[in-house]
Design a protein around this ligand. Structure first.
Ligand code: UN1
Length: 512
């Protein structure tokens, strides 16, 4: 029986109103935004056409020409204000993430916390865009490097972290002196409108305090793939930061490269963990459960492959099955549920296809059925699946954005490590062990080949302070913390002669 929840659309309209989004933008358009919780329509948004997208990029370029002249710590002040707006709106925006993506409340709020955290990071960074002073081989010379703003940063983001990924890019790009144009996933346009409205509030307060901010510094383009393509191909967008599937990155990367633009690609993951003989199994159970089932397996860092040592295999898998059995799947807004819905029917179809492929290949499947959470046919809830497989082939080598964990037994550590790295993706990874040699080997040059490698925590739920991204088909880009900011700036090497002669480098003589 279908339970109707007319309140979700009303609640969304109220939240958006409080965030400062113009209510007329939510009706009468062609882009239908649904909540995966119930399948109900939340809004019908107007989309932009290619000409409007181009105009936004031109505006952003003009804005960049001014913004780059604002001292970086002053640019940081805008991001400090954005952080304040996000703090005030945390409950509303977190709830909106939950409704639009289907995350449980702590994960919706956690996403907004990531946004706040990156703002704090970027404010500090705005005073630390350091270049080096480099020893020169010439007398009375000085060599140094300076970091300059780059230009318009195009941000393409996915549905699963609809606003956090924008904020990682936006906060860094803006303190670096760039302007931004954002093409969010069409599945999550409402959170994008809310984030942009909160940003506009920060701009307003910055101006009230006497600061000057050019129009068009940040804009959001509501639309489909064709609008993303305008961004990808535009010569006035020197940097595209794209988060999504490997298929998307394969389309975007070469097009940006063809015009000598830069791309930060954060693409698919097929993240694994190795559970060794000495692992603390209580801790491992919690780590594996959150990483594999949390967010309904829809994080790019979700745990998808588990290598378990022979000696603990039977006992650990029995405990894991219990955990899988006991976890409650359902309306993520209701307390007690830990797993919400898949984003849409296509995600459900992919989940079913992966399971039937695994079964055909001899996999032993536990869970994975569709669950009726009381919302009828347009909501796609599934129980998380554990699939015991003998070999890592076929669907095990692919990223399926659903809670499916493939489990493989191992007896030899080096063989587990080889299998760990023998997939095309390279985002995140973990080892659960109390053996120092295994832990350090996993982190060493011959260990995990991923951008993120953890010990005794799962592969998902990274903090913003580290650089985030991965290798191979994950695309090689790094976002967020550490020195990821360097990708958002251009580096100039400067050599200054403060003497009266002109010694040439490498001892070259050229006396005229
Ligand atoms: C993503 O799934 O695209 O590490 C990003 C994590 C989060 C971000 C995931 N901090 O799981």
């Amino acid at each position: 029986t279908k339970i109707s929840h007319p309140s979700l659309a009303d609640e969304v309209a109220a939240i958006l109103g409080r965030c400062g989004v113009d209510g007329t933008a939510l009706k009468g358009g062609e882009l239908v935004v649904k909540s995966p919780i119930s399948g109900e329509t939340l809004a019908r948004l107007k989309t932009v056409d290619a000409a409007a997208a181009e105009a936004a990029i031109e505006n952003a370029h003009s804005a960049f020409l001014e913004w780059r002249l604002v001292p970086a710590p002053k640019r940081g002040e805008l991001i400090r204000l954005l952080g304040e707006e996000l703090r005030s709106a945390k409950d509303d925006l977190g709830r909106l993430v939950s409704i639009e993506v289907g995350k449980i409340p702590s994960e919706g709020l956690g996403e907004v916390q990531e946004m706040i955290d990156i703002c704090d990071f970027a404010v500090g960074l705005s005073r630390q865009l350091y270049g080096l002073t480099i020893a020169t081989e010439r007398n009375e010379h000085r060599m140094m490097e300076t970091w300059h703003p780059l230009g318009v940063t195009g941000i393409i983001s996915a549905f699963n972290f609809p606003v956090a990924v924008w904020s990682w890019n936006a906060a860094l790009a803006l303190v670096c002196g760039n302007s931004i144009v954002w093409k969010p996933s069409e599945k999550t346009s409402l959170t994008a409108l809310a984030a942009q409205a909160l940003f506009n509030r920060a701009v307003k307060r910055f101006r009230q305090k006497g600061g000057s901010i050019p129009e068009g510094l940040s804009s959001v383009l509501i639309g489909a793939r064709d609008i993303g393509e305008v961004l990808v191909d535009h010569p006035k967008v020197p940097l595209i930061s794209a988060t999504g599937s490997t298929a998307m990155g394969r389309a975007v990367g070469p097009r940006v490269a063809a015009r000598f633009g830069r791309a930060i690609l954060e693409l698919g993951g097929n993240n694994a963990a190795i559970v060794t003989a000495t692992a603390d199994l209580d801790l491992t159970l919690r780590g594996v459960a959150f990483a594999a089932m949390g967010t309904a397996g829809q994080r790019c860092t979700s745990l998808r492959r588990l290598f378990v040592h022979d000696s603990v295999y039977e006992s650990f898998i029995a405990r894991l099955k219990k955990a899988y059995d006991s976890v409650s799947v359902g309306n993520p807004l209701e307390p007690g549920n830990l797993i919400g819905p898949l984003i849409d029917k296509a995600a459900f179809d992919a989940q079913q296809a992966a399971l039937s492929d695994a079964k055909a290949a001899g996999g032993k499947i536990f869970g994975g059925e569709r669950i009726d959470a009381g919302f009828g046919k347009d909501a796609y809830y599934v129980s998380p699946a554990l699939v015991e497989v003998a070999e890592q082939t076929g669907t095990v080598e692919k990223e399926t954005f659903a809670p499916i964990l493939y489990v493989i037994r191992y007896s030899n550590f080096d063989e587990a490590l080889r299998l760990h790295n023998a997939v095309p993706q390279g985002l995140s990874s973990s080892i659960f062990t109390n053996d120092l040699r295994e832990a350090e080997t996993f982190l060493s040059a011959r260990g995990s080949d991923c951008g993120i490698a953890n010990v005794n925590i799962g592969p998902s739920g990274a903090e913003i302070g580290g650089a985030f991204g991965g290798e191979k088909e994950t695309g090689g880009g790094r976002e967020s913390g550490s020195d990821a900011w360097k990708a958002y700036m251009r580096r100039a090497t400067n050599t200054i002669n403060y003497g009266r002669s002109l010694p040439l480098a490498q001892g070259v003589k050229f006396d005229i």
